[in-house]
Design a protein around this ligand. Structure first.
Ligand SMILES: *Cc1c(COP(=O)(O)O)cnc(C)c1O
Length: 388
């Protein structure tokens, strides 16, 4: 077997191909029925009244913060252990990210630290299901409610995940999904805002569409006199019909896509749980994951250098591997902007050094999972020898 096993791979079938062809042949490539269908499929799944499709998860988060009126002088509490976009959007609106350290089990923000970080300038909590884990989302929602500030849920890694029977994306004032090809569903590039707040939804629709006013219900979008009337400084964050068509087909298959991911995750857990060098994902019994990635952590005492050397060796054996996620506050421009140094958030930093993402996608075969596990075990055995 010497096909490379990638870190992730989208699952695209004939349904996606057919719908994309339908759109191409329809001649309507933007602002049409596919986007609307995609919005209602995602909103309904999450249990929210509104869905606003956008061109990426990052754009979705950006528009939500703008729609909430967050800007210069405001603070937003967030996690240092995430993909960088979740903190960047706070900078995009001119506000200041206030990082809090994480809980070492779920890898999400420690709720007690969130509570104590709330101050007079706090205008929102931006929570992330890190690596798809939804633990504490209910706690953040309670803290946000107590302080009368909005919770914005970055659910880009958690479409279809349940926490205490509730769909991720529905815990806060708004939730945002991303559809980059490594996510649970993809549209190539794309994202979706979900909310029960009609005013916020209307603001986001306007912001994504150059600041235009909403067209009257049932009206034809392109023929309106309001097309060149702009109420606010907007952006072009629209999702096109071709991408939305892929999303519609993916949403129709969502339960099957999730079941396949759950089965691959289960197989990894079964094969790796005896390795005392590894900490496997810690999932609360009240959560049901749709699984974004499969990330293991080397046990305490293992160094960043050992982790990096395992990643390099896996890649040499054609096994995709990555260091999800380096701490955001230690990224070069965050250090420059805010003067962060090692030691600022010790739990997140200690976790970041030892995490290791393995190839993970729903169509992984048993053989592929077996090869990844066998190769990883070989690397661990080698490292053990060189440590003794
Ligand atoms: C993927 C991701 C995003 C960004 O989504 P894009 O669609 O790539 O812009 C934001 N936050 C988190 C936590 C993500 O994993």
């Amino acid at each position: 077997m010497h096909e490379e096993i990638p870190l992730s791979r989208p699952d695209i079938g004939p349904e996606e191909e057919e719908l994309v062809l339908d759109v191409l042949r329809s001649g309507r490539l933007s602002m049409g029925p596919m986007v609307e269908e995609f919005e209602s499929l995602v909103a309904r799944r999450v249990g929210c009244s509104e869905g606003v499709a956008v061109s990426s998860g990052t754009d979705g988060l950006h528009l939500v913060l703008r729609g909430l009126g967050i800007g210069p002088g405001d603070e937003v509490i967030t996690t240092p252990f995430s993909f960088i976009a979740s903190a960047n959007v706070i900078l995009h609106v001119g506000a200041t990210p206030v990082f809090v350290d994480i809980d070492p089990a779920s890898l999400n923000m420690d709720p007690d630290r969130v509570e104590s970080a709330v101050g007079p300038r706090t205008k929102a909590i931006l929570a992330v299901e890190a690596l798809g884990n939804p633990t504490h989302m209910d706690a953040y929602a309670a803290i946000a409610a107590r302080h009368e500030i909005p919770l914005v849920e970055d659910s880009c890694e958690a479409l279809g995940t349940l926490h205490r029977g509730r769909q991720c994306g529905s815990f806060g004032r708004a939730g945002v999904f991303g559809f980059y090809p490594n996510k649970q569903i993809t549209t190539g590039e794309g994202g979706m805002i979900v909310t029960d707040d009609p005013r916020l939804a209307a603001a986001c629709r306007s912001l994504r569409n150059q600041g235009r006013a909403a067209p009257p219900a049932g009206g034809s979008v392109a023929g309106l006199g309001s097309w060149l009337s702009h109420e606010r400084l907007g952006y072009n964050c629209r999702l096109d019909e071709l991408s939305a068509a892929v999303g519609v087909a993916q949403m129709r298959r969502l339960d099957d896509l999730i079941a396949a991911r759950q089965s691959v995750a289960k197989s990894y857990v079964t094969r790796l749980m005896h390795r005392r060098e590894l900490v496997l994902p810690t999932i609360d019994s009240r959560s049901e994951l749709s699984w974004f990635v499969f990330v293991v952590r080397l046990a305490a005492g293992w160094s960043r250098e050992e982790r990096d050397s395992i990643i390099q060796s896996l890649r040499r054996h054609d096994v995709g591997a990555a260091d999800y996620f380096p701490c955001i506050h230690l990224q070069p421009f965050y250090r420059d902007l805010f003067g962060y140094r090692e030691g600022a958030f010790p739990i997140a930093e200690s976790v970041c050094q030892r995490t290791l993402a393995l190839p993970f996608f729903g169509q992984m075969t048993d053989r592929e999972i077996g090869f990844v596990v066998q190769t990883l075990e070989l690397m661990l055995d080698r490292q053990n020898l060189s440590r003794d």
